[in-house]
Design a protein. Structure first.
Length: 115
């Protein structure tokens, strides 16, 4: 017979959020390859929803945009040595500019670089 002090209490699995964006794939590919995904409670959602879930306490860790991190930096901690970045221009950001009320908002993308 064991005493109650010797019984190990079950630990809660870390609650992790991820977006479906391709840029987050390397981090989660590494987790899947190491079988660590079996030990976490993983949810996939949109970046906006993941930010809300992280701020509400529904997630312990999540990928969110740097803009959202800066907006809530008093409440969040950035993990060191983990980032999604680029060594050059990216082709996924769009700029927008408002036109007159008779037309809709337009977006433009930078043309691809010829390398």
């Amino acid at each position: 017979m064991t005493s109650s002090s010797q019984i190990r209490q079950p630990t809660r699995r870390p609650r992790v959020g991820r977006s479906a964006f391709l840029t987050c794939t390397p981090v989660f590919w590494g987790l899947a390859r190491s079988t660590a995904l079996l030990d976490i409670d993983l949810v996939q959602d949109t970046p906006d929803r993941l930010t809300g879930r992280l701020l509400s306490g529904d997630r312990d860790v999540s990928s969110i945009s740097v803009v959202e991190y800066l907006r809530h930096s008093d409440d969040l901690v950035m993990l060191p040595d983990i980032a999604v970045g680029s060594e050059g221009p990216i082709q996924s950001c769009a700029r927008g500019r408002a036109r007159s009320s008779a037309t809709t908002t337009s977006t433009s993308r930078r043309p691809p670089l010829n390398r």
